[in-house]
Design a protein around this ligand. Sequence first.
Ligand SMILES: C[S@@+](CC[C@H](N)C(=O)[O-])C[C@H]1O[C@@H](n2cnc3c(N)ncnc32)[C@H](O)[C@@H]1O
Length: 212
Amino acid sequence: MTSSLKEHWNKKYINDPITQLGWYETKSFPSIQLIEQCAVPKYYPIVDIGSGTSILISNLLELGYNNLYAIDISNVALEKAKTLLNKEQAAQVHWMVDDITNPSSALQLQNIAVWHDRAVFHFLTKEQHRQTYHSLMQKVVMPGGFIIMATFASNGATKCSGLPVQRYSVESLCEFFGDGFRLIKNLDYTYRMPSGDVRPYVYARFQKMQTE
Ligand SMILES: C[S@@+](CC[C@H](N)C(=O)[O-])C[C@H]1O[C@@H](n2cnc3c(N)ncnc32)[C@H](O)[C@@H]1O
């Protein structure tokens, strides 16, 4: 695991209250909508990549999803995320501290029905890291399973949390994920940060093609 990257994120989560983070949402919209549209049974595994302190896990538990994985490079984020849930809820979730660009425990995931990533993939500015991400996704998502990607849009910001990001259009997401994954739906979404600034995102839902 890249320790400087882990330190960067841990510092962010130590210093900033959850509600002041530049990606804080009171409700995970449109992620929830896109996940619900996958119409997978509630006991199928769903993974939130770079889950941080997102309210998504809480929202999904409330909807009855009960096989959730939250992965993040920051142990501080995941510890804080647990405080958003009651004890029983927190115990239901599989928490994994791992670096998605150099995975270890994440390699054990299997038959993932929905892979969700909001504002994590866009930090992978090195092709090698993107390829590692793609290979992991290809390995762990079940045939017919879904991936939901939310990244800064091509007209969006060039940095997030002080780090450079790779911006995407639906076309460039398709170019990257299109081999093996079929685009089902995409939408543009303008997110308003706690500071009041706005951040254009692109959301895309793909389905993994069935192999022969
Ligand atoms: C901008 S935040 C988004 C958090 C969450 N997805 C949300 O929408 O609220 C990016 C998250 O990705 C995590 N992260 C960054 N690089 C990562 C990596 N290589 N592996 C795993 N998690 C990573 C960070 O710790 C942080 O929690």
